[in-house]
Design a protein around this ligand. Sequence first.
Ligand code: SF4
Ligand code: SF4
Length: 339
Amino acid sequence: MVVRAAVAAAQVVVAVVSRALVVAKADLAVVAERVRDAGPAVDKAGLASANPMAAITIAIASGKGGTGKTTVAANLVLSVANAQYIDCDVEAPNGHLFLHPELGVREDVGVLIPHIDPALCTLCGDCADACEFNALALSRERVLVFPELCHACGVCSYVCPQAGAITEVSRTIGTLELGEVRNGIDGPVRFAQGTLNVGETGSVPLIKAVKQRAETDRVRILDAPAGTACPMVETVQDADYCLLVTEPTPFGLNDLELAVGVTRLLGVPCGVVLNRCDIGDEAVADYCRAEGIPVLMEIPFERTLAQAYAQGIPWVEADPSSRARFQTLYEAIQEAARG
Ligand code: SF4
Ligand code: SF4
């Protein structure tokens, strides 16, 4: 029993690692093809880089929602040459409301969950015991599977002693869409977004699938989910730089501190954009100064900006002179990210 448990534990580790990238088979094929075509240079996302100097990944995140994260991401991508916008906020993707992309590709994204053959299952219960997420339950007659609780880790398949009793089937959790934004600064901006199906609780596999569509010779702007939970971590962890958008309020400061803590744990350098900078207090600025975090841009609280936002018009289009500010922001990020 001890030996079997040890073997099972080793298999569990292999299974979890091998599931780190749970993507549709088509996605894996595309990534493999890109890696083959692009030569040996490999960036932090694990993808080959055709032009390492141009290939930078910038995650735009915020500790709390509603700070203007998508506004900054959308305007930045419209101000940078050769860029790609990747909406990783899959539970509420809204970059398309400002960028108005023409979408040409739509694919389902699935995760592998267990299917149990009652003819082969001996009702030993090992799979249910091994499942950390209570997605399996042993009844007197069969093993019940609760798909919404399954994290697609594959552990149950590895611990099952009956060959063929557990097979894995794909379950769709959301969609991936690809397209182009016509009004980029030097041509179309490439666009990718994921949309999690209503009722799904696990967004990380979909975020992984969307990130797999990052184009390695472009400036990649990742619009991260708000907060500091797993979806934010998944988005930010392999970025070259994380831009944290906040506002000068007590809530903004509290959640900024949490977000800075996450980026430091991940080893991703960060800077701050202070939105609605002329309201609130000085606490965020004081915190950034004390922590040595650069405030790279300040955005005032202006009615004209709010009106453009409400109409789905990016700031750089409502006020073209603002584009220079985002270009300066990008140059500062480049410099900071490359040390
Ligand atoms: S049911 Fe899902 S979460 Fe549970 S062990 Fe199997 S694959 Fe993992
Ligand atoms: S581990 Fe395999 S044989 Fe045992 S209850 Fe689960 S599916 Fe059935």
